[in-house]
Design a binder for this molecule. Sequence first.
Ligand code: MN
Length: 195
Amino acid sequence: MSPLKDYVKKRRFDKTPEPRGKIAPRSQRRFVIQKHRASALHYDFRLEADRVLKSWAVPKGPSLDPADKRLAMEVEDHPVEYGGFEGIIPEGEYGGCTVMLWDTGTYTPDTDDVGKALRAGELRFTLEGKKLRGGWVLVRTGGRKWLLIKRTDAAASKTADITTEKPRSVKTRRLLAGIARDEGGDVAKAATGDP
Ligand code: MN
């Protein structure tokens, strides 16, 4: 079974500008976080592994405070091409509303076999993004529920709130409302996700 079967099944590619995508010939070690103002605001955390983007929806977004364990719901694998997507998913389509490229970069796993670590329910890694840096861990607590936790290091902070301090797109510097305005989306709804 294709790991992208669920991704394709949920979407109508004649209605949404999201890429149909395909399984990549090999995996690099990129990560992307997309801020997504759908029915509820969340941050989609995606790591390239096993030739797709392994994906989690993080309702509150990442925290730089190691004491702040953020719920991360595992969602369907996405194609690697999805990591370049910023724009509007039409209302009425799956995930409808505004998507922002909130952070991008590379990650270095503590292990060589990322797929195996994920299947075992714990992956430790270091991010080198434009916003997020340093050590992190994803740990499964049951079913599709994981926690995304900052590890203690120089990039950790007890006081900084990265989601409100750095709310803009790393690709276009736009806020959610700006993306919606430029691309014919629901500006008022998008704006409720901006600080
Ligand atoms: Mn999403």
